[in-house]
Design a protein around this ligand. Sequence first.
Ligand SMILES: [Zn+2]
Ligand SMILES: [Zn+2]
Length: 273
Amino acid sequence: MSLEVPLSQQGRCAVHPDLPAGGTCFRCGSFICADCATSVAGLGVRLYCQACAARPDVNYLEALRQRYWGKRDGWAWVVGGVTLLLCVATAAALAEWGVRATKESLFTFLLLLPVPVGVAFFLGQRWARHAMLVTPLMMAVVADALVPDGRFLYLLCAIPGLVTGLRIHRDVRNQLFFRLPVPPGALKLLWNERFDNPMARQASRFGFSALFMPMFAPVAVICGAVALKRVDPKATPPIGRRNQALMGLVLGLVSPLLWGSFLLLWLSGRIPF
Ligand SMILES: [Zn+2]
Ligand SMILES: [Zn+2]
């Protein structure tokens, strides 16, 4: 923004001709007044006109939010699948042993306890996110009431369910499925994880693999070089991961040297095996 221009020479806002422009839009370059100047989450101090700020290629975090809004994520399908399995297992157990007034029968019915929560979760009912956290403990308590001698075992079985539940509860992608408000910082992390220069991540993976298996070295070098060329923090959206791209490139170059000198030492008999 250039605020030093004398008022008489200053442009007028493209949308509000009666107002002086305080600067220009970073994307289209049109004059913008203080009211029109809009900053976009994830793009630092750049200012845009309102039309540009609404574009999905500029407001990429908002576009990401809309893309996943209300759409089932991997966790929703996992929970749905497990729920279905529980129903099938219960039906199979009842078909095999029938319903009797025994504790074993009641234990079989215990498997149905998480089913309503699982169905509600799959359908995107928000209460199910919280109910999922208490379901493993509830099952342990009910199992304990049925057969009291396995208390420690029940709690031990509940722990993986509890840990998975917590992971799902904190997962940003899953929160978008439930149409929950997600702060721009969390959206940025999700963006970085999924869309920020994925080639650079591949490069560093291949680079580390090349240390043990030198045939990966050329792939690491190519991926690293391409990813490094793509890095552009000024682009919209910004493209990062310079360090990972460099790491892949360097490891890909170093690995043949290491293996080459190792081979030379071995051929000259200085390594005794
Ligand atoms: Zn603009
Ligand atoms: Zn304006």
